[in-house]
Design a protein around this ligand. Structure first.
Ligand SMILES: O=P(O)(O)OC[C@H]1O[C@H](O)[C@H](O)[C@@H](O)[C@@H]1O
Length: 576
């Protein structure tokens, strides 16, 4: 831990900051708790890079932290040699306040360090950044986005030459560099326009969109089914004020959707997200305008993408005519079943096809994959791990990954991106909805059919929110207490095996025998229960909360729901 009081004073008296920024810092003078929480240490690279609220401070997102992080990243890129510096970096930003300013600041630092920069002229979907890194053969990528977080946040995602976010050991190298760089005096920078005039910064725009969209549209499996239902197929779409606004509607229209209704209020780009509490498609409340529009136009299918358009959520009409949110687990299962079937029908399913999911994603996905003759592997949370696994399997000829997904509304498809991609996913989800409609089924019907075939799987994630420095402490105490006194039973059902993914051990609870788990090195605990339920506990890597995942299976919907209810009680009891 650094001396937060000294760090605060350093910032307060720095010549580098503006008078407004100094005033902001002065306004917290005397508030020791606030000073500590803003200055106790740097932000850490978590599940998806750096993320924090936009305030002055070391443990915050502001232009000084952006420049500093970029100097650290620039050192890592320069260490690869002149060829890597020429390959350069692609930079992207979302719709948030300050995203463009931060992106340009990152470009200025890279350029001053002799690294060639390609920066999007305006906001773009996150998957397009991953694509651009690969397409232009860049050494690295930077994305200024806090994805689906509330409006007060911003973030800094870093990518390497494969178009995937940096794995932890690589992110650690940046953190190590930062230890030796002074945040105010140790950063090289040059004016944007000067760097642009000198050819050190290039802009990306429509040409990159076109190249990306060519790849996206090549993923379509069945245009005919869309054409068949097009006259009665109404789709409602919302970008939640963010980056999906242009390319998602373009993709759906190109697919052949004739009746696409975009929620007008949420097509307005705005980092304040004025129509929603949270721009996260995981929260169904944000869909109220989309539902009203769908009712007005008679649509059965609603799609929403988050502000950087990497995650996507859908709602479908149930039998009673009301809209039901489909969870990320369920959407992934539906899409996996549809895609693997469609690829097989088209003769495009490779013999060694693989589906990737995370350890906290439903086991139903494995059942679906295996019933299509496809192998399913698990990774830790985060698309960097899925990208790594894809690379590892494909480079060794051990499998061809055709679909990767996480319960947190993220889907990665095709070979042209290495991150979750709500543009391609929206396209294929729409194709899937049309395909079922062409067979007289809604997606709700399709999901029920999958439950009947594979079993009544049910999932529920509880977020135990623990904000601030106290929260960090509480989270650590909770994880430690679960390690010190492992539960012998949960809600009266025996724990048969427990896995600690931190040290990679699996303990058989009856015999006490310890074996090695397949994955290792992440702060996650897993409990396998006697009734087949699995419960996992982990601190989130993007928000101040502990996540408790319940993955259960019932012999019928009633039993499934009862399981979820009883295990939920246990999950909630962890928040003292
Ligand atoms: O569970 P967390 O660590 O908060 O991460 C939740 C999600 O955050 C981001 O969206 C990442 O890109 C995902 O890979 C991750 O699943």
């Amino acid at each position: 831990m650094i001396d937060y009081k000294a760090e605060y004073q350093k910032w307060l008296h720095s010549d580098a900051i503006t008078e407004d920024e100094r005033a902001e810092l002065l306004s917290i003078a005397g508030d020791d708790k606030e000073i500590e929480s803003r200055f106790y240490g740097p932000l850490e690279f978590g599940t998806a890079g750096l993320r924090g609220t936009m305030k002055m401070g070391l443990h915050q997102m502001n232009i000084y932290v952006i420049r500093w992080a970029t100097q650290g990243f620039a050192n890592v890129i320069c260490a690869e040699g002149p060829a890597a510096m020429d390959k350069g970096v692609a930079i992207c930003m979302d719709c948030r306040h300050h995203s463009m300013e931060f992106a340009r600041a990152a470009a200025e630092v890279c350029a001053a360090n002799g690294i060639h920069v390609r920066i999007f002229e305006s906001l773009r979907p996150t998957p397009e950044l991953s694509f651009a890194v690969r397409h232009y053969g860049c050494q690295a990528g930077i994305n200024i986005t806090a994805s689906h977080n509330p409006k007060e946040y911003n973030g800094y995602k870093v990518y390497w030459s494969d178009g995937a976010q940096l794995p932890p050991h690589h992110a650690d190298a940046i953190a190590k560099e930062l230890e030796n760089i002074d945040i105010f005096t140790g950063v090289k920078t040059m004016p944007f326009d000067e760097a642009k005039a000198a050819g050190r910064i290039e802009l990306m725009g429509e040409e990159t969109d076109n190249a990306f969209m060519e790849n996206v549209m090549a993923m379509v499996n069945d245009r005919a089914c869309v054409a068949k239902v097009a006259d009665d197929f109404h789709v409602v779409y919302t970008p939640f004020h963010g980056c999906g606004w242009k390319l998602v509607p373009q993709a759906l229209r190109d697919l052949g959707v004739k009746h696409l209704h975009c929620v007008p209020e949420q097509m307005v780009l705005d980092g304040s997200f004025p129509t929603v509490e949270s721009p996260n498609p995981e929260n169904p409340e944000g869909f109220y305008l989309a539902i009203a529009l769908a009712d007005q136009v008679g649509a059965n299918f609603i799609i929403g993408t988050d502000p950087d358009s990497d995650r996507v959520g859908i709602l479908v009409r149930g039998t009673d005519g009301r809209f039901i949110p489909v969870s990320g687990n369920q959407t992934g299962v539906l899409l996996a079943d549809y895609l693997l079937g469609a690829m097989a029908r088209n003769g495009k399913l490779p013999k060694n096809a693989v589906l990737l999911k995370t350890i906290v994603t439903t086991e139903m996905a494995r059942r679906v994959a295996e019933s299509h003759g496809v192998t399913c592997y698990d990774t830790f949370t985060g698309f960097k791990f899925m990208a790594e696994k894809k690379q590892q399997l494909e480079s060794q000829g051990l499998g061809k990954v055709v679909f990767s997904y996480e319960e947190s509304y993220g889907y990665m498809l095709g070979d042209y991106v290495r991150d979750k991609d709500a543009v391609t996913a929206s396209l294929l989800l729409t194709e899937m909805a049309a395909w079922y409609q062409s067979r007289g089924m809604t997606l709700f019907d399709a999901l029920q059919a999958l439950y009947e075939k594979y079993g009544y799987y049910g999932e529920k994630t509880h977020n135990l929110v623990m904000p601030g420095l106290d929260g960090l402490e509480k989270m650590a105490v909770l994880m430690q207490s679960l390690r010190d006194v492992p539960p012998a039973d949960i809600a009266g059902v025996a724990v048969t095996a427990r896995t600690d993914y931190k040290d990679g051990t699996v303990t058989d609870c009856a015999s006490g025998k310890v074996t090695a788990s397949e994955l290792k090195g992440s702060n996650v605990l897993r409990y396998a229960l006697a009734d087949g339920t699995v419960i996992l506990v982990r601190p989130s890597g993007t928000e101040p909360k502990i996540k408790v995942y319940i993955l259960t299976l019932g012999s019928d919907p009633k039993q499934r729901d009862e399981n979820i209810a009883k295990y939920s009680q246990w999950a909630l009891s962890l928040q003292k």
